[in-house]
Ligand binder design. Structure first.
Ligand code: ATP
Ligand code: MG
Length: 284
């Protein structure tokens, strides 16, 4: 039995979705140009689709899993499970108006026309804010709508904001923040759930490795206690004596988020020759 995973065929999420399987040690037979690819060493099959269609395929169990932006999931369905955030494809869905629009609050779009590919999310947002606006649904190139007189404002995906600026728009409200997510159909059969558990175990190992670094440093022996406190490691740091009398090498793992704070403290406490290396997989 194979787990069927729907991923984007061409676009911003395609490469990274496939890379994720590769990092989990899953290989595919070369099926370039096909809509389906079978893994050779894991019970998994990939379906390559338009990202808009992925939530519905998963909702209806045509695919067991999907990798897609949360923005697309929330627009299309609330009837799938979000299994795991994947840390890529980060963006936000925002409201934008012409750069000369005197915008004070969301009430300013009352009665106006907003172009978007996200009518459901936008309608929920407007209802919550008690604003009445006309939603004009278009499937792409939303940012040009105000310039050609199709709408007064847009609700669109933004990452840096440069596309908006290029089209004479300014971002005025963030409606939601999004990243790629692994979704699953509800009521997955037991055998498929077991394969999914294997997959998430591997994904966790890959993700933890990305969030952490392996660190080696030299320290005088009388500083080892304080340095061990700064560097807790997975259990505790490994200490290996150097041939130079009175010195040791200390090995440990540090979290990316605390990384620079830890390095500063280590230096203040006599650490020297600090080496930092990426970790490929991490299993606790
Ligand atoms: P498809 O042809 O599959 O429908 P698409 O054109 O709708 O593709 P892409 O532009 O490839 O979609 O974007 C896919 C997803 O990438 C978005 O839904 C969003 O979650 C995420 N994303 C991240 N940054 C951006 C960005 N700057 N602009 C658009 N999408 C982004
Ligand atoms: Mg799309």
């Amino acid at each position: 039995m194979n787990l069927k995973v729907a991923i984007q065929s061409k676009g911003r999420l395609s490469e990274k979705s496939l890379a994720l399987f590769r990092e989990c040690g899953i290989r595919f037979e070369n099926g370039k140009g096909n809509l389906k690819m079978k893994a050779t060493n894991f019970p998994l099959e990939v379906l390559l689709l338009r990202d808009d269609d992925i939530p519905e395929y998963v909702e209806s169990s045509v695919a067991d899993l999907g990798i897609v932006g949360q923005n697309v999931v929330w627009e299309k369905t609330d009837n799938v499970q979000e299994i795991k955030l994947l840390g890529f494809g980060k963006c936000r869905l925002s409201l934008a108006v012409g750069k000369d629009f005197d915008y004070q609050s969301v009430k300013d779009v009352d009665g106006l026309k907003i172009a978007t590919s996200y009518p459901n999310i936008l309608q929920k947002f407007l209802t919550k804010k008690k604003v009445n606006a006309k939603i004009h649904e278009i499937s792409g190139s939303v940012e040009i709508a105000p310039g050609i007189g199709l709408a007064n404002a847009v609700c669109d995906i933004v990452s840096t904001g440069s596309t908006l600026t290029l089209n004479g728009l300014k971002e005025v409200e963030t409606i939601l923040k999004s990243q790629a997510v692994l979704i699953a159909t509800k009521n997955l059969p037991t055998e498929k759930q077991a394969i999914l558990d294997k997959l998430t175990f591997r994904l966790d190992a890959v993700q933890k490795a990305k969030d952490n670094k392996y660190i080696l440093l030299n320290a005088p022996n009388d500083k080892i206690d304080i340095i061990s406190e700064i560097l807790p490691g997975m259990k505790s740091p490994t200490i290996v004596p150097l041939t130079e009398e009175g010195w040791s090498s200390v090995h440990s793992v540090v979290n990316e988020n605390e990384f620079w704070d830890i390095i500063e403290k280590l230096r203040e406490n006599g650490a020297q020759g600090i080496l930092v290396m990426p970790i490929e997989k991490m299993i606790l």
